[in-house]
Design a protein around this ligand. Structure first.
Ligand code: DSN
Length: 427
């Protein structure tokens, strides 16, 4: 065997094409979809070939319940190395006392936080989903809303940013056991010091769900929650550009509780190919090139937001400090659901999103969410953001669909100049 033998080290696409042409066609079809459109979903990115190689490797075969050196199965000596390397990289990158790379997803990482700190019925404070929070922060349809007692704060109607006075008042009134900040549609920086102060005042655990912005923290483009939080949960596949998955970092005094909550309380065998791929992404994120990328993600996001505002789409909270923006389309008389469909028809992939105090139901919404992690990975910069804003503006107003082919042709020009997963001929 040599390292150039694909059956030895990982993906062998020819084998897939021979064994299962149907699924091979799906894999190729998805790659073609990624390459031909503009990917503006704020939670998505293009992970590197190195990460994909680790994901498609024989590490997928190994059962490894437990932690490095304390497994329930033999033969873990190689996967142990991947986990130890990954944990050390996470601790160094985030300046954390402890890291756990095993959560299968962001929701799983969050579940472990509940397992570590709460009992069923306990009260906790979290951001309301329609104001930018997350399903796993106490939505009624989630176990986090069914089995615990969430109390929700939101954004002020005036500033559309977190209402810290409300957070403090609710904390004093309800004495929550835990307070969580973070969510899926928060364009502004979060004041972690203010949350820490409020948590300390009422004796609550402070949990930061950094799923969306941890990549910006890794790239040192925005302040870190790690010094303030008892525990930080996140996904590895958003700005961070790793494999789909979850991760936790915490203070040393919570390390044992977090590890036990991940395994055996919540999960069985870890996905060791995923753990190895997370380690690869953490190494990539520690480079100067990644730091430049993280800064560019924000520059692009701010440029895109300003250009969309000039096109009549109102940015919630007046702008963005991060990789995403939330746009209110009421001023141009278009709903979020229509905007998403019209953009999709023109090759622009983004999502409808509720805006704070949205008069429309969640399936319709008055807004869209846009993010720049993927287009920045493609190498686009501020000039391209102005062009993208103009294409979005045309697409959302294209009620009849007659302009869609012309917009799609311009999208195609743009992604030909800045290809996703460039072929050797493109590079
Ligand atoms: N689905 C993710 C997002 O798009 O923000 C959060 O879970």
């Amino acid at each position: 065997m040599s390292s150039s033998d694909p059956t030895f080290w990982g993906p062998d696409f020819q084998a897939l094409e021979q064994e299962d042409p149907e699924i091979a066609a799906v894999v190729l079809g998805e790659l073609a979809r990624l390459r031909r459109g503009l990917q503006l979903i704020a939670s998505e990115n293009f992970t590197s070939p190195a990460v994909l190689a680790a994901l498609g490797s024989t590490l997928s075969n190994k059962y490894a319940e437990g932690y490095a050196g304390r497994r329930y199965y033999g033969g873990c000596e190689e996967v142990d190395k991947a986990e130890i390397i990954g944990v050390e990289r996470a601790k160094a990158l985030f300046g954390a006392d402890h890291a756990n790379l095993q959560p299968h997803s962001g929701a799983s990482a969050n579940l472990a936080v509940y397992g570590a700190f709460l009992e069923p019925g306990d009260t906790y404070l979290a951001m309301a989903l329609p104001h930018g929070g997350h399903l796993t922060h106490g939505a009624k349809v989630s176990f986090t809303g069914k089995w615990f007692n969430p109390v929700h704060y939101g954004v002020s109607q005036e500033t559309e940013d977190i209402d810290y006075d409300q957070v403090r008042a609710l904390a004093r009134e309800h004495r929550p056991k835990m307070i969580v900040c973070g969510g899926s549609a928060i364009p502004r920086l979060i004041d972690f010091a203010a949350f820490r102060e409020i948590a300390d005042e009422v004796g609550a655990v402070l949990w930061v769900d950094a799923a969306h912005f941890i990549g910006l923290v890794a790239g040192k483009a925005i302040p870190s929650p790690v010094p303030y939080a008892d525990v930080v949960s996140f996904t590895t596949h958003k700005v961070l550009r790793g494999p789909r998955g979850g991760m936790l970092v915490c203070k040393q005094q919570h390390a044992a509780a977090i590890d036990k909550a991940v395994f055996p309380m919540m999960q069985g065998g870890p996905l060791m190919h995923g753990v190895a791929a997370k380690a690869v992404a953490l190494r990539e994120a520690a480079t100067p090139a990644y730091q430049a990328y993280a800064r560019q993600v924000i520059d692009n996001s701010q440029a895109l937001t300003a250009a969309l505002a000039a096109e009549g789409m109102r940015p919630i909270s007046g702008g963005t400090d991060t990789h995403l923006a939330l746009l209110d389309l009421q001023g141009i008389g278009v709903t979020g659901v229509d905007a998403e469909a019209r953009c999709g028809a023109a090759g622009i992939v983004l999502n409808k999103n509720a805006i704070p105090y949205d008069p429309q139901p969640a399936a319709v919404t008055s807004g869209i969410r846009v993010g720049t992690p993927a287009v920045t990975t493609q190498g686009m910069g501020v000039p391209e953001m102005a062009r993208i804003a103009s294409l979005i503006s045309r697409a959302v107003r294209d009620e009849s669909g007659t302009d869609a082919p012309a917009i799609a042709a311009e999208v195609s020009d743009l992604v030909t100049t800045f290809p996703a997963y460039p072929r050797p001929a493109d590079a």
